[in-house]
Structure formats: structure tokens, C-alpha cells
Design a protein around this ligand. Structure first.
Ligand code: ADP
Length: 522
């Protein structure tokens, strides 16, 4: 802030008047500065004195012209108070024309000599007070200029930041004038900042016939809804047409930032180019759809094929039986043996086809479940009655813990099918002399039925895969034992569809434990 002067410049041509006046004013607490001539006085004015006292005789034509010129150069806020001491002998009712001229342009007070000290002091005090108010004006103008300068600087900083942003950014005023675009905006859209001077130009180029709707949104965001400054708003994704005619997807956000020095609101629009991301999602989705379609086609094919195979197989079985019964004439021992082999192969094949058909049906969601409460004990007793003879025949020891007296909520036939599959796998993969154990664990929500064998076991890396359709650990081995690799896939699907699950723990050469979990009935 510039200093405020309370000094009074005094120009009196006759040598001793000036110093004398100074001394007398000092007693009234007013600081005087004696000037030698008009040049000296003008220097005081340039230095910014508070007021000037000039004797009329110092205002010759040339001096007056210089003074007037100097006053004209004063800044707008300054209206320098001047006191002119009129000559005694010029006492008349007409003012000297030079003084009159000056009075018309400057802040002049005329005092007739002899001047009483009190008059001079009060005149100068009020002159200095007036000057004080001018300094107030000066300071407030300076403050406002500094604030405006700061605003300009912060706007320049904002523009520089926007320009350098690595993604599309646009800074615009509420009337649509674009103040700054980021380079990324121009690079991604192909439109230069010279072409894009208003938001309307942008919407026309980028949205074509959808431009009015976009303009409306901007209008809405800025003008109609009283915007809350600094709160970002999402505008969602829009398709933007670039200069070279491509379509890109931009995800828009905007924030109202404050006002420009001229009062217009500022708005910052940020966009994220999500085109590649969207394309990736879309291709992933269509790939998944294709895969699902292919899988459905495969399942339909399996279902139709196995259904069609069943009919002739049943015919083979039927006619074999008729031949065995001797309906078409006597059967030799050799023929009977051959017929028995045909029968075994037929029922084996029928079993495989049943598996394929069941799996296809479950995958297609065409299996219905008739859930009802059932005692765990009943479920297990029915199954092991079927399996025990096989175990005995193969020389496998069989142990069963006492089942808990709780009810499970299952489709009895499906639950039985799963248990049968697990037990026949255990028999299939356990050599003679081995052992199969069934144990139970009841919890509040469900029951685990564990079937443990001392058979071949399953390597860790295969333990998840065996639940996939058609996966078998050792084809060479299983080809001798039969099977399609569908049993566990079907069993897990059935268990899950009833609200339970199927899992395995196993160690190669030590054996496996399959755990069937079934939900308890409420
Ligand atoms: P399948 O028995 O018709 O081959 P599964 O789906 O029932 O089909 O079983 C898949 C594979 O999992 C079997 O081929 C076998 O390799 C392995 N497996 C299943 N149960 C056992 C078991 N108890 N012990 C060792 N391996 C087993």
C-alpha cells in the first residue's frame, strides 16, 4: 500500500514567508515543506503531498500552465487540495483571470491576505481530511486491482492445468464460451480448440441431431437448477462422433467451479474415453453367449442321441431274451453263452446311455425335484442293501457308523442315485482286501455323509476336474472298469440342486473320501 502524506507544500516567492508559515503551522501540528519555485512544488506534487499552499504572485502565466499540466497528470482518484493566498492589493470583486481559470479545474480554496493563522490552519486541516478520503479511494482501487489480478492469475493457472490434463477436460463459461480444452480432448475427438469456441459448436459436431438435447442438459445443469459449486455431477455415457467419423463412448462428469471476474459461472466438464472398455465387455458378452449357445446345442444333441439309442437297444435286449427263452427254437449251450454276453453288453451300454441322458437333462434344467423330509438312516439302509453283495463278491470290508436320527430335505430318488454312484465308484476303485466306511456328521443346518475307501485315490490336481463331465483320472484303467466320467458331474449337480454339495479329499494310493452334504429338513 502506498504511503499517505500529511505534508503541505508551501510556495511563497518572498523569501521569509515560507519558513515563517512552516513554523507557525508546526505549532498546529501540520507539517509544512517550503518550496523554492514552481519546479520544486511540482516535484512535491509528484511525490504525493497532502495539500499545497501557493501565493498568488507565484502563479505567473508559465508557472500556471506547468501547474495545470501537472494536475492533469494526477491519477483519477486524486483531486489535490490547493490553497491560494490572494494578494492584499488586489482586493476587488473580480478575480484575476489566471486564478479564475485554475479555480475552474482544480480543488481550490482562496484566502485573502492578510490571512489569520486560525483560518489557514482550519482550511488546511479540512484540506488534509479531504485528501485522506482520496487516499481511501486510492487504496480501495488498488485492493480491487490486486484481487482482479489474483483472479486472472488463478484463471491462468486453471487453464494451464486443464490444457495439460491427460484426459478430455473442457472449461467453459455459463454462456457456452469455451475457455480452455485439454490437448487430450482435441486429440481424441479430432477437433482443435480453434474450431471449438462454444459448447454449442461441440454438441453440433459431436452429437449431430442429438445436439439440442445435449445443449438442454448443459442449460439445465448451469442455469435452471441453482448449481451447488464444487459438487461433481455425472452425466453418464454418450456416443461422441469424432472428426474422422468414428464413434467413441465418453463418460461425462461436470462441476460448477465459481465465477469469472465478469460474473459468469465457470463449469468444468471431464470425460473418460471408455470405448475400448465397452468393446471389451461387449465382445466378452457375445463370446459367452456363443459358448452358451454351443453348449446348449451339444446338450440337445446328447439328449436326442441317447434317447434315440435307447429304443433299438431295448429291442436288442427284448429279442435276446426271446431267443434265450427258446421261442424261436432250441438254443445250444454255446449260443446261450453268446446271448448272455450280448445281454451284459446291452445293459452296460444302456447304463451309459442313461447317464448321458440324465446329464443332458440336468444341464438343460429339465429335471424336477420332489423335495420331502427323509431320515438319513432310511436313505442309507436302502442303498447299502443294494451295494453289500457287490462288496462281498469283491472281498471288500464294509463298515457303517450309526446314522444320526435327523431328517434331511431331499428328493429321495435323486439322493439315492448320488449315494449309489459314490458307493459304486468306491467299489470300482478299491481292490479286493480293501475297506469302505460310511460315517456321518450332523450340524444345525445340514448333514455330511462321508464315504471313505482305501482304493487308488485321486491326485490333487485332478480332484476338482473329476466333477467335470467326461473326466476320468486314468482312461486305461477305467476303460476296463467301464463308466463315462459323468457320474460325479451328475451327482454334484443333483446335490447342489437340492441345496447341498459334494466334495472330495483324497491321497493317491491311500484312498478317497467323498462327502455328500444334504440340507436338514426344518
Ligand atoms: P466314471 O466313474 O463313470 O468314470 P465318475 O464321474 O463317477 O465317472 O468319476 C470320474 C473319475 O473320478 C473316475 O473315472 C475316477 O478316475 C475318479 N474317481 C471317482 N471316484 C473315485 C474313487 N472312489 N477312487 C478313485 N478315483 C475315483
Amino acid at each position: 500500500m502506498e504511503p499517505r502524506s500529511r505534508t503541505v507544500a508551501i510556495l511563497t516567492p518572498s523569501g521569509s514567508d515560507g519558513p515563517l508559515a512552516c513554523r507557525m503551522l508546526a505549532r498546529a501540528d501540520i507539517e509544512g515543506r517550503v518550496c523554492r519555485d514552481m519546479a520544486d512544488t511540482l516535484q512535491c506534487i509528484a511525490d504525493g503531498v497532502g495539500a499545497v499552499v501557493i501565493a498568488e504572485e507565484a502563479l505567473g502565466r508559465a508557472a500556471r500552465a506547468e501547474l495545470t499540466a501537472s494536475l492533469d497528470r494526477q491519477p483519477a482518484w486524486s483531486d489535490l487540495p490547493m490553497v491560494v493566498l490572494l494578494s492584499e492589493d488586489e482586493l476587488s470583486n473580480v478575480l484575476a483571470p489566471g486564478v479564475a481559470q485554475l479555480a475552474a479545474r482544480a480543488n481550490l480554496t482562496l484566502l485573502e491576505r492578510p490571512v489569520r493563522l486560525a483560518t489557514l490552519v482550519t482550511t488546511l486541516r479540512s484540506a488534509l481530511r479531504a485528501r485522506e478520503r482520496q487516499y481511501d479511494v486510492r487504496d480501495s482501487i488498488a485492493e480491487r486491482a490486486a484481487a482482479a489480478e489474483e483472479l486472472r492469475e488463478s484463471e491462468a493457472r486453471l487453464r494451464a492445468t486443464v490444457l495439460a490434463a491427460p484426459y478430455p477436460l473442457m472449461l467453459h463459461a455459463e454462456d457456452g464460451t469455451i475457455l480452455q480444452l485439454s490437448r487430450a480432448w482435441s486429440e481424441l475427438s479430432g477437433y482443435t480448440s480453434d474450431e471449438l469456441t462454444t459448447t454449442r459448436e461441440w454438441t453440433r459436431l459431436a452429437y449431430g441431431e442429438l445436439a439440442p438435447a445435449a445443449d438442454e442438459l448443459v442449460e439445465q445443469d448451469l442455469v435452471r437448477s441453482e448449481p451447488s459449486e464444487g459438487t461433481p455431477k455425472s452425466f453418464g455415457e454418450r456416443t461422441v462422433r469424432t472428426r474422422d467419423g468414428r464413434q467413441r463412448t465418453w463418460d461425462f462428469h461436470s462441476v460448477v467451479l465459481g465465477r469469472l471476474p465478469d460474473g459468469r459461472r465457470l463449469r468444468l466438464v471431464a470425460a473418460r474415453d471408455v470405448t475400448d472398455f465397452r468393446q471389451l465387455l461387449e465382445s466378452e458378452r457375445s463370446a459367452r453367449e456363443d459358448a452358451e449357445k454351443a453348449n446348449r446345442a451339444k446338450m440337445d444333441f446328447l439328449a436326442v442321441m441317447s434317447h434315440e439309442l435307447r429304443t433299438p437297444l431295448n429291442a436288442i435286449g427284448g429279442y435276446t431274451q426271446l431267443l434265450e427263452l427258446g421261442i424261436h427254437g432250441p438254443v445250444t449251450e454255446a449260443q446261450r453263452k453268446a446271448l448272455a454276453r450280448i445281454k451284459t453288453s446291452e445293459s452296460h451300454l444302456l447304463g451309459l446311455i442313461e447317464d448321458v441322458l440324465n446329464f443332458a437333462k440336468i444341464e438343460a434344467g429339465r429335471v424336477t425335484f420332489d423335495l420331502k423330509p427323509m431320515l438319513v438312516a432310511d436313505l442309507v439302509t436302502e442303498v447299502d442293501a443294494l451295494m453289500e453283495p457287490q462288496m462281498r463278491a469283491k472281498g471288500i470290508a464294509y463298515e457303517r457308523d450309526d446314522p444320526p436320527m435327523v431328517l434331511v430335505q431331499v428328493d429321495p430318488e435323486k439322493a439315492r442315485q448320488v449315494l449309489l454312484n459314490l458307493l459304486s465308484n468306491a467299489v470300482k476303485f478299491t481292490p479286493g482286501g480293501g475297506r469302505i466306511t460310511i460315517s456321518f456328521e450332523a450340524r444345525a443346518e445340514d448333514v455330511d455323509i462321508s464315504i471313505t475307501d482305501t482304493g487308488s485315490g485321486i491326485p490333487l490336481e485332478k480332484q476338482e476336474a473329476i466333477f467335470e463331465p467326461f473326466v476320468q483320472v486314468q482312461r486305461a484303467y477305467t476303460s476296463t472298469t467301464g463308466g463315462t466320467g459323468l457320474g460325479l458331474a451328475i451327482s454334484r449337480d443333483l446335490a447342489r440342486s437340492m441345496g447341498g454339495g459334494l466334495a472330495v479329499r483324497s491321497e493317491p494310493d491311500r484312498g478317497s473320501t467323498f462327502v455328500l452334504t444334504l440340507p436338514r429338513a426344518q
